[in-house]
Design a protein around this ligand. Structure first.
Ligand code: PAF
Length: 296
């Protein structure tokens, strides 16, 4: 495979994507913050599958400052562009776009993008400003990439739904694709933040896919009470994590509130956020649609 072209300047990235479309090629785009793992590479392969062998697949690597809160891990977030470019080569990526913060947020910049309803539940109250930062940077990235298929991981379910809402509301000509979560052998969802876990904490982290799996099994056995499903997840988590931000259920599309008792054939997103040591982990499963992260 040939090494991807690394582009730093936003205008050059835009020109590269425009040229590909003029040549009749489709553009597939995977926005990331780098520290790429197999989950990201699966997104790049999904982008390739969408645009075909002659399409252009681009991955952006940008640790976006506006989506981190003051006490979050912006400073220590892993930055390893050379290794990321090498990983992209193995996944058939054509272009790596790695702008600087001053290129993505030029002096005098005054525009932010805020999505309301979808941003409100789950992580919303625990990470004030986070989704505004995500929507703002992704709107800018989409504006540079132009019409394309953009692939996001469903591990960040709320982010995926929010960006889908954003492109629909702003008539942005991008198809937002949600790719299934890629998991480690023990069920833990792949995440760039897993590397922060100590070996002991990494073992404890298995409790997250376990708790989600319990709910999948209960749902499959007929449990439809939202409170009962939530309580069983909280109980399983609370014995082994250091703190729980939330375990909650919402409707899959725009994350609307659910009735107390779900219909027999209802689908519901069960999402959790916990802290193990200093690491915050999120995960989710769609009840009525997905298999358990850990088999029985
Ligand atoms: O999921 C991520 O890595 C980031 O939130 C994203 C979508 C690249 C925006 O910075």
């Amino acid at each position: 495979m040939t090494a991807p072209v690394v582009i730093h300047a936003p205008e050059e990235f835009r020109a590269r994507c425009d040229l590909a479309r003029r040549e009749g090629r489709r553009v597939g785009f995977v926005p990331t913050m780098g520290a790429l793992h197999d989950g990201h590479l699966t997104l790049a392969r999904e982008a390739r599958a969408r645009v075909g062998a002659d399409g252009l697949v681009a991955v952006s690597v940008f640790v976006n400052p506006t989506q981190f809160g003051p006490n979050e891990d912006f400073a220590k977030y892993p930055r390893e562009l050379d290794a990321d470019v090498a990983r992209c080569e193995g996944a058939g990526v054509d272009v790596v776009f790695a702008p600087s913060a001053s290129e993505m947020y030029p002096a005098g910049d005054q525009t932010r993008v805020r999505v309301d309803g979808v941003a409100a539940p789950f992580c919303g109250p625990f990470r004030p400003g986070h989704f505004e930062g995500v929507a703002t940077v992704v709107a800018r990235l989409f504006s540079l990439a132009g019409p394309c298929a953009a692939v996001f991981g469903r591990k960040d379910y709320q982010q995926w739904r929010l960006l889908d809402r954003m492109v629909r509301d702003l008539f942005i000509p991008v198809e937002v694709v949600g790719a299934r979560t890629v998991r480690e052998a023990d069920g833990l969802a792949m995440s760039s933040r897993n590397r922060y876990l100590s070996p002991a904490d990494r073992l404890r982290a298995r409790v997250v896919p376990e708790a989600l799996s319990l709910a999948v099994f209960a749902y499959a056995s007929g449990e439809r009470s939202v409170d009962a499903l939530r309580a069983m997840v909280l109980e399983h988590l609370s014995a082994r994590v250091d703190s729980i931000d939330y375990a909650d259920l919402r409707a899959p599309g725009d994350l609307d509130a659910l009735p107390a008792t779900l219909d027999l054939d209802a689908r519901a997103v069960l999402a959790v956020a916990v802290r193990i040591g200093a690491t915050r982990l999120i995960d989710n499963v769609v009840l009525g649609e997905e298999r358990a992260p850990i088999s029985a």
